[in-house]
Write a protein that binds this ligand. Structure first.
Ligand SMILES: Nc1ncnc2c1ncn2[C@@H]1O[C@H](COP(=O)(O)OP(=O)(O)O)[C@@H](O)[C@H]1O
Ligand SMILES: [Mg+2]
Length: 254
C-alpha cells in the first residue's frame, strides 16, 4: 500500500480537535476511505469516546524497565514492539485506534513519546489515512513523534483570540520546519465571523457550524460517529473531508 495521508488536528484546548477528528473519521468511513488509523496523541485521551471505542491499554502505561524485561529471549526489540503495538491497537470496522495516554505516576513522557513515534512508523503503512488528535501545543511535532504530517489542520473558534492562537501555531510550525502549505484553518462553532475575506493567518479550509447535536451527544456520552449524516456538523465535515482527500492527492487513495 502507498504511504498513507497523515492528517494532524491541532489547535487550542476546547476548540473542537477531538470533535473534528471523530467527525472526519466518520466521513471518510462513509465515503469508503479505509482502513484508517486514529491516533490519540493527547495525554488526556478521549478520542476513543468520540469514536465509540474502548481503550484497554495505552502506550503511556508501558514502563521502560518492565518493557525491556518482558522481551522474550530470542525475540528482537523491534519484533516485540510490533507485537505489543498490535495488542494496544483497538480494532473496529475500517478503523483502528492507538492511544498514547499519559505515563503513570511521575513518569516522564519520553518513553511514551518514543513508543508513539515507533508505533506510528511500524503501523502506519497498513493504512490509507492516519488521523492524529493532537494535544494543544505542537509538542509532538517538535519532538518528531508524529513525523511530518501531510496536512496540519488548525482548529479555532471564530473569535479573534482563537485566530491569534492559530497565528502562533503557524509561527511555531514554521519554526519547526513545517511547510506552511500543509497548514489549513478550520473555524469551528461558526457563527458567521470572521467575515469571508478577513485576513487569516492560515488559509481557510472550511467552517463547521455550532451544532446542538454535538453537545447533546457529548452530554449523553454518545459517540460522535453516531450523529445522523444530516446533522449540520457532519455535513460540513463531509465537505471538508472531500477537500482533504483532494489535497492528499495520490496519497490515501490506496
Ligand atoms: N461544532 C460544534 N457544535 C457544538 N459543540 C461543539 C462543536 N465542536 C465542539 N463542541 C463542543 O465543545 C467542547 C470541546 O470540544 P472538543 O472536541 O473536546 O475540543 P478539544 O479536543 O479541542 O479539546 C465539547 O463539549 C464539544 O461537544
Ligand atoms: Mg480533545
Amino acid at each position: 500500500m502507498a504511504a498513507p495521508c497523515r492528517i494532524a488536528v491541532t489547535g487550542k484546548g476546547g476548540t473542537g480537535k477531538t470533535t473534528l477528528a471523530a467527525l472526519l473519521a466518520a466521513s471518510f468511513l462513509s465515503a469508503g476511505v479505509r482502513p484508517i488509523l486514529a491516533v490519540d496523541a493527547d495525554p488526556n485521551a478521549n478520542y476513543h469516546e468520540a469514536l465509540g471505542l474502548t481503550v484497554r491499554e495505552t502506550l503511556g502505561s508501558m514502563r521502560e524497565e518492565a518493557f525491556t524485561r518482558s522481551i522474550p529471549p530470542g525475540m528482537s526489540r523491534t519484533a516485540f514492539l510490533a507485537l505489543r503495538f498490535r495488542q494496544v491497537l483497538v480494532e473496529s470496522d475500517g478503523l483502528d485506534l492507538i492511544a498514547m495516554g499519559r505515563p503513570e505516576g511521575t513518569g516522564c513522557y519520553c518513553f511514551a513519546n518514543n513508543l508513539l513515534a515507533e508505533a506510528m512508523a511500524i503501523l502506519q503503512r497498513d493504512y490509507r489515512l492516519v488521523i492524529i488528535d493532537s494535544e494543544a501545543g505542537l509538542e509532538h511535532i517538535s519532538r518528531g513523534t508524529i513525523g511530518t504530517p501531510d496536512l496540519l489542520l488548525v482548529v479555532t473558534d471564530p473569535g479573534m483570540r482563537g485566530i491569534r492562537t492559530a497565528s502562533r501555531i503557524r509561527e511555531i510550525a514554521v519554526s519547526l520546519g513545517l511547510d506552511p502549505a500543509t497548514m489549513h484553518l478550520v473555524i469551528n462553532r461558526d457563527r458567521g465571523a470572521p467575515k469571508e475575506g478577513a485576513a487569516l493567518p492560515v488559509p481557510l479550509l472550511g467552517r463547521i457550524p455550532e451544532d446542538p447535536a454535538v453537545q447533546e451527544a457529548d452530554l449523553e456520552g454518545r459517540p460522535l460517529v453516531s450523529l445522523p449524516p444530516e446533522a449540520p456538523s457532519r455535513q460540513a465535515v463531509a465537505v471538508l473531508a472531500g477537500k482533504i482527500l483532494a489535497i492528499c492527492g495520490g496519497r490515501g487513495r490506496g
